[in-house]
Design a binder for this molecule. Structure first.
Ligand code: 5GP
Length: 220
């Protein structure tokens, strides 16, 4: 029978389970970053994956913690050897989510949080469907989204309209997600996202320790 003590990352009274990839997406202004921060602060079992990037290291950043800093040749080699779940060019540099560390973590029962857009979500889902849980956060209304995107009051109407259009384009991908939560009240929204995570951890297919456990229960 599976012994919980063989895996110190599991609570004593739980069976071994496979970790999951928990994706949070939303248009900017819907509060996703706040929810992601609260989840990480609240839950020691939730980790962030460390991306690889070709961008130069900024002061204070640590290689292997903030990013894996690589040169373009290394990045291109990783991409061509299919070592990324997803990768993209952002602001003139390459960024990618390496598979190795996450694959090993998932096996050990570690969960990973991803704060990514709908395109990254699609790529991750295509490569790791069974491990992915997709959550989309919506603003409570167009008016409220507008208020949140207006910013400091120094931006031109055209800049604000462009932000609004980008947010609405992101919202149009709402149906590519497993769960949609409306962020009317950040605390209520956070609790709902927490409940989704808790329920998904209990999925039969993730509870790999169940096989031995049930075998023991049904021993003739
Ligand atoms: P920064 O260079 O400021 O740390 O990040 C710049 C942008 O790159 C951010 O919008 C961030 O979300 C994005 N980014 C960071 N890591 C990844 C990644 O692994 N994949 C993708 N697609 N984007 C990333």
């Amino acid at each position: 029978m599976t012994d919980a003590s063989t895996n110190p990352s599991q609570e004593q009274d739980t069976l071994h389970r496979r970790g999951l990839m928990f994706i949070l997406s939303s248009p900017s202004g819907a509060g996703k970053t706040t929810i992601a921060r609260k989840l990480l602060a609240d839950d020691d079992a939730l980790h962030v994956s460390v991306s690889a990037t070709t961008r130069p290291m900024r002061p204070g950043e640590v290689d292997g913690k903030d990013y894996h800093f690589v040169d373009q040749a290394q990045f291109d080699a990783m991409a061509s050897q299919n070592e990324f779940y997803e990768w993209a060019h952002v602001f003139g540099h390459s960024y990618g989510t390496p598979k190795g560390q996450i694959r090993a973590g998932l096996k050990q029962g570690l969960d990973y949080l991803f704060d990514i857009d709908w395109q990254g979500t699609q790529q991750l889902y295509q490569k790791a469907q069974a491990d992915v849980v997709r959550v989309f956060i919506l603003p409570p209304s167009l008016e409220e989204l507008g208020r949140r995107l207006v910013g400091r009051g120094t931006d031109s109407a055209a800049v604000i309209a462009a932000r609004m259009a980008r947010a609405q384009a992101e919202i149009s991908h709402w149906d590519g997600y497993d769960y949609v939560v409306i962020n009317d009240d950040v605390e209520v929204c956070f609790q709902k996202v927490r409940e989704i995570l808790a329920a998904e951890r209990m999925r039969r297919t993730r509870q790999t320790g169940l096989i031995d456990f049930v075998r023991e229960l049904t021993r003739g």
